[in-house]
Design a binder for this molecule. Structure first.
Ligand SMILES: [Zn+2]
Length: 282
């Protein structure tokens, strides 16, 4: 599932390749992959793309008309830039541009969406409004953790994955960030001290910026705009490394379900500590 570094990679490529181009058409082969009121779709067609930005895991394409195009990649969504050609098996929708290039939205599992809405509606979109601060902003993440962690009995990993608390982190980078901060993923959020929360906040941009430099992670489906895989997993600290040796201490990387997600950690670098409440699992 694309997380902040993968979506940021695609967004930066879109800034270079589609800003200034005009939208000729937006069509869907799988109707539910495209959400658009007729008026908003009419406004978008013929409009020039003025800006592309990312918010959390969402791509926002603004135009010189009243319409914006929001792209939710979700589980298996891919955005590929090509020329007019026959659709792939998994193509669900496409945006045709005025230089005959095509943004193809492929999505094997069909959870992704292209949403065309007015700029006014985008500004008050419930999904966007509810997002927490960007995970690359250490100061904002530190404030969010200080506000939310003391009230949560859930594992700290669940808090990192909650897009209402921090926007952009998914299963891969949550594991990597927790390793970097030396925190066991099952630690109860409310048991973490302020210095440990601060360390966790600074680990977020450290990991995510490195992942952006490596153009993200490809487990199975993720490809960037050119169809290229990301290479972060070749340097991953713990994620995907069950049974392998910790790069820092040589202990064996552990794997179990935490917060309902397959989770990797180093049992030595990320020791469980007994919380003030005596919970043996923190
Ligand atoms: Zn270790």
């Amino acid at each position: 599932m694309p997380e902040l570094p993968e979506v940021e990679t695609i967004t930066r490529q879109l800034v270079h390749s589609v800003v200034g181009k005009r939208i000729i058409n937006i069509t869907a082969r799988w109707p539910r992959s495209l959400t658009a009121a007729p008026q908003d779709l009419d406004d978008a067609i013929g409009a020039r793309i003025t800006r592309v930005e990312r918010r959390g895991k969402l791509i926002i394409i603004s135009t010189d008309s009243d319409s914006s195009v929001l792209i939710h990649l979700r589980m298996t969504g891919q955005l590929l830039l090509g020329v007019l050609e026959k659709p792939d098996q998994h193509e669900r929708a496409r945006i045709v541009l005025d230089d005959t290039s095509v943004l193809r939205f492929n999505d094997q599992r069909k959870f992704g969406r292209i949403q065309v809405i007015s700029q006014e509606a985008a500004a008050r979109d419930p999904f966007l409004v509810a997002l927490g601060p960007e995970a690359t902003d250490a100061a904002a993440v530190a404030r969010a953790l200080r506000r939310h962690a003391p009230r949560r009995r859930s594992p700290i990993k669940a808090l990192l994955l909650d897009q209402h608390v921090i926007a952009g982190i998914g299963n891969i980078y949550a594991d990597e960030i927790l390793f970097t901060a030396g925190i066991n993923p099952a630690t109860e959020a409310s048991a973490l001290s302020i210095p440990r929360l601060r360390r966790l906040a600074s680990a977020c941009p450290e990991i995510l910026n490195q992942a952006i430099d490596l153009r993200g992670s490809t487990l199975r489906d993720y490809r960037d705009l050119d169809g290229t895989s990301g290479t972060y997993l070749s340097v991953a600290r713990v994620h995907g490394r069950k049974g392998q040796t910790c790069r820092r201490c040589s202990a064996t990387i552990a794997y179990a379900s935490v917060a309902g997600r397959g989770t990797y950690w180093c049992p030595s670098c990320q020791r469980r500590t007994r919380s003030a409440l005596g919970n043996p699992f923190t």
